[in-house]
Ligand binder design. Structure first.
Ligand SMILES: [Zn+2]
Ligand SMILES: [Zn+2]
Length: 303
């Protein structure tokens, strides 16, 4: 990975240099969950998948409630700077994420339909060792080993934990090179989608992390997956609005959605990616594989 989180000493050094675009933007947890839940509820209006968008909004609100009730205390983190300091596969995680899971399940339970209630019950009955095993499989991107309905809840708890960890490391970063930029420089996870910003970072593209919710800068007109740049195409379902487009790459036959804040400042990576699932169907019909991950749509488990 090629964006480095800077140590205190490196930050002092960096300040001597001219202003640069921040390579990584860190989320404000409370603000993020409030915006996402509201966006999901807005998008649910007259949407064919309204029920699922509203379920996702409930999960996001349960993350926010858990954050406020049981915030993460100061953690001993082995590396707070360098490359992927909070690597999802190697970081020794605190079991507190399982408390988050229980709280999220508790919040969702009264609103759950029959099928979901069965999923919740099975997670509540799972041992700590079973939960840790499923968590490790998800974080290692072995999505075929965990049922997708359980994955949503497990990921919601893990993401809440990782998001809070990002608040405990230095928030300065530097672009080292543009190789292997598909993975989050903070935790090493795949992106949800890319966002074209407005405001101080006008026109710049940032990829949004599916786990720790950080965003990292990547130049446009470059495939986020393979760095290719000569076989890129943009697709959308509604050319007039084109708030959300899919950027396909003919070299690696993958795509990632790109969202434009200038078309609607309320656009939100996870919510808008989920609500635009029909664009995924179109892209898959054209033979492109999704390179991103939405925390509410996990690939199916192997039978
Ligand atoms: Zn991340
Ligand atoms: Zn590519």
């Amino acid at each position: 990975m090629s964006i480095k989180i800077l140590s205190e000493a490196e930050i002092k050094e960096q300040k001597k240099n001219a202003y640069e675009t921040p390579a990584v933007l860190f989320a404000n947890p409370k603000n993020l969950y409030q915006r996402r839940a509201k966006r999901l509820r807005d998008l649910a209006q007259d949407h064919p998948l309204a029920d699922y968008l509203l379920f996702a909004a409930d999960v996001v609100e349960s993350q926010l409630a858990t954050l406020e009730k049981n915030p993460l205390s100061k953690q001993e983190i082995e590396n707070t700077s360098g490359i992927e300091p909070l690597n999802a596969k190697t970081l020794k995680r605190n079991g507190i994420w399982r408390e988050y899971l229980i709280e999220i399940l508790h919040e969702i339970k009264p609103k759950a339909n029959e099928q979901m209630a069965a999923t919740i019950e099975s997670l509540e009955k799972a041992s700590s060792a079973e939960l840790e095993e499923m968590a490790s499989q998800l974080l290692a991107e072995e999505f075929n080993l965990v049922s997708s309905d359980k994955a949503v809840f497990l990921w919601a708890a893990l993401s809440l934990y990782w998001l809070q960890l990002t608040q405990q490391i230095p928030h300065a970063s530097r672009l080292e090179n543009t190789e292997n930029i598909h993975y989050c420089p903070v935790c090493g996870s795949v992106p949800v989608a890319s966002m074209i910003h407005i405001g101080t970072s006008q026109g710049l593209r940032y990829l949004h992390c599916s786990l720790c919710e950080s965003e990292w800068n990547l130049v446009r007109a470059q495939c986020t997956n393979c760095n290719g740049h000569d076989k890129l195409e943009m697709w959308s379902l509604n050319e007039e609005l084109a708030l959300i487009r899919a950027e396909t790459c003919g070299s690696c036959e993958s795509y990632l959605k790109m969202m434009f804040q200038e078309k609607d400042p309320n656009v939100e990576a996870v919510a808008d990616d989920l609500a635009s699932i029909f664009l995924d169907v179109e892209m898959e019909e054209k033979g492109f594989a999704r390179s991103g991950l939405n925390p509410f749509i996990f690939p199916a488990q192997d039978a």
